[in-house]
Design a protein around this ligand. Structure first.
Ligand SMILES: *Cc1c(COP(=O)(O)O)cnc(C)c1O
Length: 475
């Protein structure tokens, strides 16, 4: 494809995307396809003839769109907001179109330096001090794995240069809670700690935050048993019930024992754009690493996870490779982001953040976040004030966890009722929510925060819920 052909096909594609986004409300939220249905629309062998770009647009419309759960749909209340602001999409397109290669500063100085700039802008926007330095990772999962690899190496005085973990005399231990995201446990396992050395610290029952008394006790016991406490992973806004671990007191415990403290604020980091929310991560300045995802509520198109470190030197020491073909004479003057994580090649992801901040504006983003917080409280109050309904966890941000508890149902019949009404709504395509287990019992998470969701949509959701609950009770 030459640039002129690209120009024409590109204009058509942008028009198509704009139409798709403006008509998204007419689509079902959840993909209405059976397993294998999308695949069956495609030839099992590679294409033999060349298509026109316009033909692909038709296929996008007919074969791909039906296979998409529309998370930009205003009636999407599932998982978490995965906003993909069109301003950031433009930055993403610019990034792809430029065709850059980020493997060293020299391979694209602009990629490195704009990433430094936007990471520092974002640092200021969430109120972190200038003691932090950041980089962009693909996801919070990778950021947590990266942090735990550094924690492992620090706790083992850089065992990677000897026999690795396999030669360590004492087991290294990681602490988190049952509320932590599944990616935290995965990161602990992948970084070699082993399941036997992952401690799930007891939680405060009311809000499922980590109990620091239990943490202290566990650490003490581990030390007495000849283990080395290596890392604590704190959840700032857990996925399940938006639990906030007490960072300040956890950091005190971590510093006494020289334990790495990683803060997973993947979802709630966006809230820190609002000064009034920052008490939720009070003490964060004393952590060793923080990650959060602009690619969730804030609305930067996936993938864009920020990882901040107080001392990047330790990270660089763990990750650094320096083959001769990548060395250059400016090595001591510049950042080599390949040494800040696992991949060598990186995309120019800073452009999508830059585009979003410049075109959307910080104030507009903040206003949208505040709107969502107000909508969540408004919805919580409605549920709270409706007979036989419960809000089953404190509403700290934009997620409201609810359960319908009619007097005649309990135990298994109540479980079945919950799953019946939420599944019926999800299957209908009218709205989408995520059921989740809390203390062994089903509840439904209503995660508010899609950019297109207004209060009217939440009213419509509540009406739909009332209707389906009544239908379920007749069954
Ligand atoms: C979404 C989420 C993650 C995982 O994020 P990815 O970027 O998809 O890896 C981790 N932790 C929390 C608290 C999350 O909400």
């Amino acid at each position: 494809m030459n640039p002129e052909e690209f120009r024409q096909a590109g204009h058509e594609l942008i028009d198509w995307i704009a139409d798709h986004r403006s008509q998204i409300e007419n689509l079902p939220v959840r993909a209405q396809v059976e397993p294998g249905e999308v695949r069956s629309k495609f030839s099992t062998t590679p294409p033999e003839k060349i298509s026109k770009a316009g033909e692909l647009l038709e296929q996008l419309q007919q074969n791909i769109v039906p296979g998409i759960t529309q998370v930009q749909h205003p009636m999407h209340f599932g998982w978490f907001p995965s906003n993909a602001s069109l301003s950031s999409v433009l930055g993403d397109i610019a990034s792809s179109g430029l065709g850059t290669l980020g493997i060293s500063w020299e391979s694209c100085p602009a990629l490195t330096e704009v990433e430094e700039v936007v990471c520092d802008w974002m640092r200021q926007l969430v109120g972190l001090s200038d003691a932090w330095e950041g980089c962009i990772q693909d996801t919070a999962s990778t950021a947590c794995l990266t942090a735990l690899l550094v924690a492992r190496e620090r706790a083992s005085t850089f065992s990677e240069n000897r026999g690795g973990l396999q030669a360590e005399p004492k087991p290294l231990v990681v602490y988190t809670t049952e509320e932590a995201h599944s990616s935290v446990i995965k990161a602990a396992l992948l970084s070699g700690f082993g399941r036997d050395n992952v401690r799930l610290v007891a939680m405060v029952p009311h809000d499922r935050s980590m109990s620091t008394a239990a943490l202290s006790e566990m650490i003490q016991q581990d030390i007495e048993n000849g283990c080395v406490p290596a890392a604590i992973v704190a959840s700032v806004g857990s996925t399940g019930v938006t639990a906030f671990d007490p960072i300040e007191s956890m950091a005190e415990i971590a510093s006494v024992h020289g334990i790495w403290l990683h803060v997973d604020a993947a979802m709630a980091g966006s809230a820190m754009l609002l000064p009034e929310c920052r008490q939720l991560w009070q003490g964060v300045e004393s952590a060793d690493s923080i990650s959060w995802n602009p690619h969730k509520w804030m609305g930067t198109i996936l993938d864009c996870s920020l990882l901040y470190l107080r001392n990047p030197e330790e990270l660089i020491r763990v990750m650094s490779t320096n083959p001769s073909y990548l060395r250059s004479k400016v090595d001591n003057e510049v950042n080599q982001f390949r040494d800040w994580g696992i991949p060598l090649g990186r995309r120019f992801r800073a452009l999508k953040l830059w585009y979003q901040l410049e075109l959307e504006g910080v104030e507009a983003i903040q206003n949208r976040l505040r709107r969502d917080l107000e909508n969540a409280l408004w919805f919580k109050n409605i549920v709270d004030n409706t007979e036989h309904w419960e809000v089953v966890a404190p509403v700290k941000l934009q997620t409201v966890c609810i359960r319908h508890v009619p007097p005649m149902l309990s135990g298994e019949t109540l479980e079945a009722h919950t799953m019946r009404w939420v599944s019926a709504i999800n299957q209908s395509g009218v709205a989408f929510m995520s059921p989740a287990k809390l203390n062994g019992s089903w509840m439904v998470r209503v995660s508010i925060g899609v950019a297109a969701t207004t209060r009217d949509h939440i009213s419509a959701l509540w009406e739909t819920i009332q209707k389906e609950v009544a239908v379920s009770l007749e069954k």
